[in-house]
Ligand binder design. Structure first.
Ligand code: ASP
Length: 313
């Protein structure tokens, strides 16, 4: 009998307005979430590594214009795209992260290669891109990342002088569209991957939690793998992913208690809206959020597929 394996993914948490969701958009989102979770699950089924599964799942979402990562990334104040990503493998606690890259089609792959092919954990901006091109990555023009939807969102934000998403022109304008995946493979490895365009109208090289190991991404074999989404400024200060791992490691809290305590406790009290996905060493999956929704999907240890959008589902 094969050992248990499972995978969960997210396409961002936040306020998702049911009344504004068209049937067409909903089915496009559900299809992308399913394609993503299936891409990762196929790798696990074949006995592949948990990190490869999470990267494959995240790549699918990065290639979709519907999520705030890769192709669908939001614009900075200067009307360009700057992306952050990170990965962690729980066996040796290996990790890779990149921030502020502008010309990389799939930032999650670069984070993985920082982990596997460099002596470092975290590379930023031009240096990260130099490393990418030395390792055979194509230079992707900024035009590739342009979408009308993100441009309109930026203009609204500029008029308001705001940073986070706050106008509901689209059903998920108040959503943090970061993407992520967590998985347990048949060898007992846990892994997590997260990728984002950050927040609309960001300035000054702002970097969020998605690039920060221990905040946006964490994995530790025999314990837990976590990927988060929400306003990064809060998730960094609460070291959300690392706090969940610490609660399970030292306090012996179970997966659900650890995740819900962090998301609905101090993080929420300080104003940190968002959510996370997590999988423990037995393959149990948990989705936690303090927002009205989170695009999410999973295939559990019994092979059951689940795809959801709203918190009350
Ligand atoms: N966590 C991301 C950031 O702050 C945003 C998101 O989740 O969409 O950059």
């Amino acid at each position: 009998m094969s050992k248990p394996f499972s995978i969960a993914i997210h396409g961002g948490a936040g306020t998702i307005v049911r009344e504004q969701m068209t049937a067409e958009l909903k089915s496009a989102i559900l299809a992308a979430l399913e394609a993503s979770v299936q891409a990762g699950h196929r790798i696990l089924q074949q006995g592949g590594d948990a990190l490869d599964a999470t990267v494959a799942a995240v790549e699918v979402l990065e290639d979709s214009p519907l999520f705030n990562a890769g192709k669908g990334s939001v614009f900075t104040h200067k009307e360009i795209v700057e992306m952050d990503a990170s990965v962690m493998h729980g066996k040796e606690k290996d990790a890779g992260a990149i921030a502020g890259v502008r010309h990389i089609k799939n930032p999650v792959c670069l984070a993985r290669d920082v982990m596997r092919k460099s002596d470092h954990v975290f590379l930023i901006g031009e240096g990260a891109e130099e490393f990418a091109f030395e390792n055979g990555y194509d230079y992707t023009e900024q035009d590739y990342f342009y979408t009308d939807r993100r441009y309109e969102q930026l203009q609204t934000m500029k008029e308001k002088g705001a940073f986070a998403l706050s106008e509901s022109k689209f059903p998920d304008d108040r959503k943090f569209g970061t993407v992520g995946a967590v998985a347990l493979d048949q060898h007992g490895n846990l892994a997590a991957a997260t990728s984002t365009g950050g927040i609309t109208n960001k300035k000054y090289g702002r970097v969020g939690d998605s690039a920060v190991i221990g905040s946006g991404t964490y994995a530790e074999n025999g314990n837990v793998a976590v990927s988060t989404t929400g306003m990064g400024e809060y998730f960094i200060r609460q070291t959300v992913a690392g706090d969940i791992a610490a609660r399970m490691r030292y306090l012996k809290q179970d997966l659900v208690t650890a995740c819900d305590t962090v998301i609905n406790g101090e993080l929420k009290d300080m104003g940190g809206e968002g959510g996370l996905i997590a999988v423990d060493g037995s393959g149990q999956i948990h989705f936690a959020m303090n927002s009205s929704g989170m695009y999410r999907a999973s295939i559990d240890t019994s092979g059951e597929l689940s795809i959801k959008i709203y918190a009350d589902e």
